[in-house]
Design a protein around this ligand. Structure first.
Ligand SMILES: CCCNc1ncnc2c1ncn2[C@@H]1O[C@H](/C=C/CNC(=O)c2cc(-c3ccc(F)cc3)cc(O)c2O)[C@H](C)[C@H]1O
Ligand SMILES: [Mg+2]
Length: 214
């Protein structure tokens, strides 16, 4: 049977990227998505904004919601200081399998823990299962109607501390109106919008950076 798009994306990485070179993995995926088949990776333009937020923060404990093929996982993990850890949650087994191989090709498996499961099941288990007290940085890029419930769940589980940064993809396209209202108009966050474009297109999209006030 015909291969899937994530399988073809992985093949492009294995063909064009150098093992152990995260930048070449990122470039191979961006080239594939721009010239062969569009895929919903955060992409190079929003990815540069993601890079600057991560580099400025130098987080020790990172959570990513929605691994998909592992593109943003590689972008984030390549910038983490030694000893820092990224936990990424992906509940689709096929995507998780692809992402593991992309992360391994980049040589970042020591910094990344890919957990195959749903965010609502695993967020409450971060402390007892991973020994995580609080996260320094969270990247939200999973189903858009899950950003808000999962943010409230992270608050309720005490996983956010004064200064924790949430960075949300797709706040314009496809859009996350309930989440935006909560982080912009609620009392718990200081939020700002980074205007950009939908990956590999000219459509407007952007990232919302929200700092938890504790
Ligand atoms: C209920 C379980 C929740 N908990 C969960 N726990 C764990 N993993 C979860 C959970 N919920 C979802 N996932 C995983 O995360 C991934 C899902 C990613 C979703 N991303 C989009 O939908 C999107 C669309 C566009 C777009 C824009 C314009 C267009 F025209 C078309 C598409 C662009 C973008 O940048 C986008 O990120 C992955 C596919 C899915 O298995
Ligand atoms: Mg996205």
């Amino acid at each position: 049977t015909r291969s899937t798009r994530p399988q073809r994306l992985l093949k492009a990485v294995q063909k064009h990227a150098t093992r152990g070179d995260p930048q070449s993995v990122i470039s191979a995926i961006d080239h594939f998505c721009r010239h062969s088949e569009w895929a919903m990776n955060v992409g190079d333009e929003k990815g540069s904004i993601l890079d600057s937020v991560v580099s400025e923060l130098n987080p020790e404990k990172v959570l990513e919601l929605g691994t998909y093929c592992g593109y943003s996982t590689v972008r984030i993990a390549r910038l983490l200081p030694p000893g820092a850890r990224l936990i990424t949650l992906e509940f689709n087994a096929d995507y998780a399998a692809i992402a593991r191989q992309v992360i391994a090709w980049a040589g970042l498996e020591d910094k990344v823990q890919l957990v195959e499961g749903a965010s609502e099941d695993w967020i409450p288990r971060m402390k007892e299962h991973f020994g995580i007290e609080t996260f320094d940085f969270v990247f939200l890029d999973h189903w858009k109607d899950r950003y808000l419930p999962d943010t409230k769940l992270m608050e309720d589980c005490g996983l956010l501390r004064k200064g924790t940064v949430l960075l949300a993809d797709n706040v314009i396209c496809p859009g996350v109106p309930d989440y935006l209202e909560y982080v912009r108009n609620g009392l718990f966050y200081k939020s700002c919008y980074f205007k950009s474009h939908l990956e590999y297109t000219k459509a407007e999209d952007g990232l919302e950076k929200s700092v938890f006030l504790g």
